[in-house]
Design a protein. Structure first.
Length: 451
């Protein structure tokens, strides 16, 4: 589709979803907690609103009854006795002053107007009133009137809701903490089967059987676990069948090849005899590599032992040096490794052989990783491998015709075997271009290999 025909609304949903967390657990947690917190906030808001309405109604009702009685009593008391009665008439939201009060403005809020009209209706025409606003925040207004003896009386009103109990914020905090805990538990229970499924899928490899999932829990989870276990069994059976076919063919070919070699060697010396022997040697080498590749996928048969990785690599490098091969070792692991010795030796030998064959020399480096594992690098200064083919050369029977052709004896199985054995050891193998030219083969191994 051309750019002109693209729907501009297609990009909007992608941008709108950009603020969402990437993981499903985070998204579920956000949705659950936001929903529960919103419902909790709405409940508290309604509760406080109802509390405000109730408190206002109570204040108006009490004020209506109280003003009539208080004004009548103060009007009948002698002027010198009125002051001692004022504390008896004091309330939380209003009280009485035997003075003209404070100067204010005639601009009243809607609530002040309602209260003023209510007081005026209660007192009637006998006590004319005048209401003024003294403060707006917090709201405070005064109702002025004059008693029968001409003395001023002021009703100071301070409308407010019922005060919040000191323990209420702690209860609110505890409820929010409970909401967080419940949301976390709900998300944990919902996403744990997915995490287990992802871990089982990552552990699945041709070299070893993956971890089987427990077929328990909710119906959907149990069905997904059963389907994964069945898929895992089918993949394992399919791989075993393929590898068994390869191993059987490679093994059965060795007998006729040996007979052909014996018959060829009995022939008179001739150029044809030499070429036949070379072809048979290549075929026999390919057959042996095929058998080794089939066996490498089942490397778990060898038991894992605890070994000194520095001493192990030193012995491997010394074997090459004894035969005159330019192989060097640098770095230190500084810790023991639990692994299968023969499988690890085959991986290291394949990588070193590859470097020596195509570069003339190999450099082996070992180091300890931050996660406690180990890294073994085999470096060379050969022609290297193009970046676009670094992954392809790890596949069986893949050769780079420019340098790894039949004349060099390459079968395309050396790196594939190393890759299979690295997986069986619980590690991984990768290739990269070396700075300054050449190839770097990196083998990562965990401190505790697979049993």
């Amino acid at each position: 589709m051309s750019a002109a025909g693209a729907d501009p609304g297609d990009a909007a949903p992608r941008r709108a979803r950009g603020w969402l967390p990437r993981s499903m657990a985070s998204r579920l947690y956000l949705i659950l907690f936001a929903g529960l917190a919103l419902a909790h906030t709405l409940s508290f808001s309604l509760l406080f609103y109802e509390r405000y309405v109730t408190a206002t109604s109570m204040m108006l009702g009490n004020l209506e009854l109280d003003v009539r009685t208080t004004v009548a009593m103060l009007d009948r008391l002698p002027a010198d006795e009125r002051a001692q009665w004022l504390p008896q008439f004091k309330r939380r939201t209003y009280h009485y002053l035997l003075s003209a009060g404070e100067p204010g403005t005639p601009q009243l809020s809607e609530r002040a107007q309602d209260i003023s009209q209510m007081v005026g209706g209660v007192l009637g025409s006998r006590y004319p009133i005048r209401t003024e606003t003294v403060e707006r925040r917090p709201e405070r207004f005064q109702i002025h009137l004059t008693l029968s003896d001409g003395r001023p009386l002021t009703i100071e009103v301070m409308p407010s809701t019922m005060p919040i109990a000191q323990w209420l914020p702690y209860v609110l905090a505890a409820q929010l903490a409970l909401l967080v805990l419940c949301a976390w538990l709900a998300v944990r229970l919902a996403t744990r089967p997915l995490e287990q499924l992802a871990q089982a899928a990552q552990a699945l490899s041709p070299a070893s059987g993956g971890k089987r999932l427990g077929e328990t829990g909710p119906t959907e989870v149990a069905q997904a676990a059963a389907a994964f276990n069945a898929m895992q069994d089918r993949i394992a059976a399919y791989l075993r069948e393929r590898l068994q076919i390869l191993a059987s063919i490679s093994h059965d070919l060795q007998t006729p090849i040996t007979r052909m070699r014996l018959r060829t060697e009995a022939m008179d010396e001739s150029p044809e005899r030499t070429r036949l022997l070379d072809d048979l040697e290549q075929i026999q080498h390919l057959v042996r590599e095929g058998v080794d590749y089939a066996r490498s996928a089942h490397g778990t048969a060898e038991p894992a032992i605890r070994l000194d990785l520095d001493a192990f690599l030193d012995s491997v490098v010394c074997d090459y040096q004894d035969t005159g091969k330019p192989v060097t070792l640098s770095g230190r692991a500084g810790a023991p490794l639990v692994a299968r010795v023969h499988a690890l030796r085959r991986v290291a030998s394949n990588l070193i052989d590859n470097a020596v064959k195509y570069a003339g020399a190999a450099e082996v480096e070992v180091a300890r990783c931050d996660d406690g594992g180990f890294r073994i690098d085999v470096l060379d200064r050969g022609p290297g491998i193009p970046a676009e083919e670094l992954d392809a050369v790890m596949q069986p029977f893949y050769r780079l015709e420019a340098s790894r052709n039949r004349d060099t004896g390459g079968t395309g199985l050396g790196l594939a075997i190393a890759q299979q054995l690295a997986l069986s050891l619980g590690g991984r193998l990768s290739l990269s271009q070396r700075e300054g030219g050449g190839l770097r083969a990196s083998l990562w191994l965990p401190a505790q290999g697979r049993d």
